[in-house]
Design a binder for this molecule. Sequence first.
Ligand SMILES: NC(=O)c1ccc[n+]([C@@H]2O[C@H](COP(=O)([O-])OP(=O)(O)OC[C@H]3O[C@@H](n4cnc5c(N)ncnc54)[C@H](OP(=O)(O)O)[C@@H]3O)[C@@H](O)[C@H]2O)c1
Length: 313
Amino acid sequence: MAHRIVATRYGPPAEALELVQTEPPLPGPGHAIVETKAIGVNPADAKTVRGEMGGDHSRLPLPIGFEAAGVISAVGDGAVTPDGMLSVGDRVIVYRAQGAYTDRLAADLTSVHRIPDELDFEHAAGLLLVGVTAADAVRTAHVESGDVVLVHGGSGAVGVIAIQLARASGATVLATASARNHDHLRSLGAIPVTYGDGLLDRVRDAAPGPITSVIDTTGTDEAIDTSLELVDNPGKIVSIAAFGRASDGIVLVNGSTPSSRRHRAEAVEPLIASAADGSLVTEVAKTFPLADAAVALTELEIGHPRGKFILVP
Ligand SMILES: NC(=O)c1ccc[n+]([C@@H]2O[C@H](COP(=O)([O-])OP(=O)(O)OC[C@H]3O[C@@H](n4cnc5c(N)ncnc54)[C@H](OP(=O)(O)O)[C@@H]3O)[C@@H](O)[C@H]2O)c1
């Protein structure tokens, strides 16, 4: 039998999630079955369980999870990817997955990506959702050499990758975080700034020149209001989370426009390669058994250590 976490209702993860047994999936044409070894946990999973991504009751029980890494255990007819035949035993990431919180995942081959030997399953499982989002934000902000970029939420899973990509483009980067994460931001080449009251003055004091663009991963009014004071054009503020502030003229990205989709698709292979060769640093904060998915999501929502939470089947 296969095991799967589903939401049986919309609400807090501790009340809504159940571990169920199902018949093992069979590989349809153009699909593979992946025996998962690690599953990425994301804020979007908790928002899905709570019904914040659309609370359609006809979709219940609803499989949860957008990304996982594991080993191919079966392939359907026509299981060919651009770089050749997929085979049983191949190590792969599945992103974007439908219902990744399972030990046997049926995956469309367009979402199956090979993992180099150097990249372990846990880091691979948590890489792509946040990685392609960070890459999209950095490209949408047109970050280039000489820019001074402010990243709100620089210690978050998206933020740490956005910092590294902006630094690789030659920009100076300031990044907000709690004080406990400042040394890590410095290690990534960013100038750390504590968020909270007085943020605008602290950014101005720390910045070596005018802020040329902003990447916001927090969605807070403090981040957006501060940013609007710092740049002359709201179109230089790119947010992945402040969807309630669209009327301010900021740029919101979530993979729904053609350019956002293209940025994300083009980022997949470079992210995997740079995570594998160590030039992109990501962290795993904690692992949980698959059965404890509700515990992981609850801890993620109330504040958590830096790095990704990973479920292990
Ligand atoms: N639009 C999209 O396509 C897309 C894709 C992925 C994620 N997202 C969204 O982006 C957000 C971030 O995701 P993530 O995975 O990076 O989350 P995460 O790993 O949980 O990081 C959250 C970050 O927010 C910081 N933070 C917490 N409270 C704050 C406050 N009051 N002011 C400023 N910063 C604060 C934390 O800093 P400290 O820990 O240092 O305090 C941490 O750096 C989530 O809302 C997620 O749903 C959107």
